[in-house]
Design a protein around this ligand. Structure first.
Ligand SMILES: Cc1cc2nc3c(=O)[nH]c(=O)nc-3n(C[C@H](O)[C@H](O)[C@H](O)COP(=O)(O)OP(=O)(O)OC[C@H]3O[C@@H](n4cnc5c(N)ncnc54)[C@H](O)[C@@H]3O)c2cc1C
Length: 448
């Protein structure tokens, strides 16, 4: 990239342009996945729709690839590219709340911490992700599973409107009354249609929950895992619950269960059932604010290499639980972990007319999340995640979760995530809003 071209770009935008010579270039190009080491020609830290349009124009004129950065958490590292232009929304993080109208307008680069802090000031929530630094936009556009899924559904179910800049620089709005087909696609179809500069969400009253983490170890893990499965399967809508499997230093399995209860009972039976499992080594579940619940999980940014692969499953029988526990120690060293997200409750209310997510009928989403640091171990860890996903596959219902997919997923898995008919409908929309497939660093929907 010539200095003159970069100067042109700098003159055409209000926000900063970060180039390889700048001191903060390495920090600005960092992705959540340390295995992805893209070196873009320019990172445009946009301030609004006209900066986004100018960045698209610059990329087109110079025939450069485009990447979009929201919260930078996609495990495939899609927020950065090699030699191209990053449309970086990390300076666009304002969240405006209309408390009376119960609506929030979130700028395209806001994180869940930004969003929850703003909405909780009004005692309101939307069902978001479980790690505060994850981007609101990226997570919502791929579906969104979190601490309130059973109560309030997927994040994308609460998306009621959006402002997008399409690759030709046009500003497009989507809502129930305007471009409703586009709104349908944004509820699960990812960042394929344009850069979302604003997203509008429905809000619900909530400020306190009973939540936190229960940790099980020793020989109680299998029993606790069964109870987690049974509680999730029979749970009312007042309880969302997820579980994580990992190992301790001696490679012994550890199960972490994260309930989030919003009902009226002080001591609900489901929580008693979970707590009474053998092997409970730490009980940190208690009444606390929703903001505290949103801090239960944390994650270091850009420090570890990642490879995630999984399936939505129709059931979680004892046989599959035994397989998961065996896979946990199969690598002979800590593999990272596995995440098991229950999809009971309100996420089942939506249907294909409301949004494009194809996994509502699944019982659980099970993901192998290989996490390591030494590049020499890449092959082993990738093989572990693939092998674990293959072991889960016999129970698989639809393709994987687009929000967790790596860049090497075949198009068939992306198609299966939506279903063949919905995928063709998405492709027709892609042809309309991004016919040249400029936005292809994502779980891609190719134009027709
Ligand atoms: C630590 C961690 C925790 C997570 N927790 C959850 C969770 O609780 N629930 C869940 O469902 N998922 C979760 N995820 C997955 C996450 O939702 C997806 O990886 C999502 O893509 C991240 O969005 P982002 O904006 O942070 O990422 P980025 O890497 O910045 O963006 C990912 C992709 O999203 C699209 N995108 C982002 N912003 C925009 C925008 N404004 N306009 C258009 N397209 C955009 C682009 O295609 C981009 O390539 C988690 C991931 C991590 C790493």
């Amino acid at each position: 990239m010539t200095a003159a071209a970069l100067d042109d770009l700098r003159r055409s935008v209000v926000g900063r342009v970060i180039a390889p010579d700048d001191g903060d270039y390495d920090a600005a190009r960092r992705s959540y996945n340390a295995a992805v080491d893209g070196r873009p020609a320019a990172i445009v830290r946009c301030t609004g729709t006209s900066d986004v349009a100018a960045a698209f124009e610059f990329a087109r004129r110079n025939e450069l690839e485009v990447a979009v950065r929201g919260g930078g958490h996609n495990p495939a590292g899609h927020c950065v590219c090699d030699g191209g232009v990053v449309i970086d929304l990390s300076a666009m993080r304002a969240v405006e709340v209309d408390g009376d109208g119960r609506v929030a307008r979130s700028a395209g680069g806001a994180t869940w911490l930004d969003f929850d802090s703003a909405t909780q000031a009004f005692g309101l929530v939307t069902p978001g992700g479980v790690v505060g630094s994850t981007g609101v936009a990226g997570l919502t556009l791929g579906g969104g599973i979190g601490h309130l899924t059973a109560q309030l559904g997927l994040t994308c179910d609460s998306l009621v409107g959006a402002e997008l800049v399409t690759p030709d620089g046009a500003v497009v709005h989507a809502s129930a009354d305007e471009n409703s087909e586009l709104l349908w696609a944004l509820r699960g179809g990812g960042g394929n249609f344009g850069v979302a500069t604003q997203l509008e969400f429905r809000l619900y009253p909530l400020d306190r929950v009973v939540g936190g983490l229960l940790t099980f170890g020793r020989d109680g893990v299998r029993d606790a895992f069964h109870r987690f499965r049974d509680v999730a399967a029979s749970s009312l809508r007042e309880l969302s619950v997820q579980a994580g499997l990992s190992v301790d230093e001696s490679l012994a399995p550890v199960l972490t269960v994260a309930p989030c209860y919003t009902g009226r009972t002080a001591d609900p039976e489901e929580l008693r059932t979970l707590r009474s499992a053998g092997g409970l080594v730490d009980d940190a579940v208690r009444p606390h604010t929703f903001l505290e619940q949103q801090r239960v999980f944390d994650s270091p940014y850009g420090e570890n290499r990642q490879y995630w692969k999984g399936h939505f499953v129709r059931e979680l029988p004892d046989e599959l639980i035994d397989i998961l526990l065996a896979r946990l120690v199969a690598l002979g060293r800590p593999p990272g972990g596995m995440l098991i997200e229950s999809l009971h409750g309100a996420s089942k209310d939506g249907d294909g007319a409301d949004g494009v997510v194809g996994f509502r009928h699944a019982a659980f989403n099970i993901s192998a999340m290989a996490t390591w640091q030494d590049p020499a171990l890449d092959e082993q860890y990738v093989a572990w995640a693939r092998g674990t996903a293959a072991a889960i596959e016999p129970w698989s219902l639809v393709g994987g979760y687009v929000n967790y997919m790596q860049a090497d997923e075949p198009i068939d898995r992306v198609r299966a995530a939506f279903g063949a008919d919905a995928f063709e409908r998405l492709r027709a929309l892609k042809s309309r809003y991004d016919p040249e497939n400029v936005l292809r660093r994502n779980q891609n929907i190719p134009p027709l």
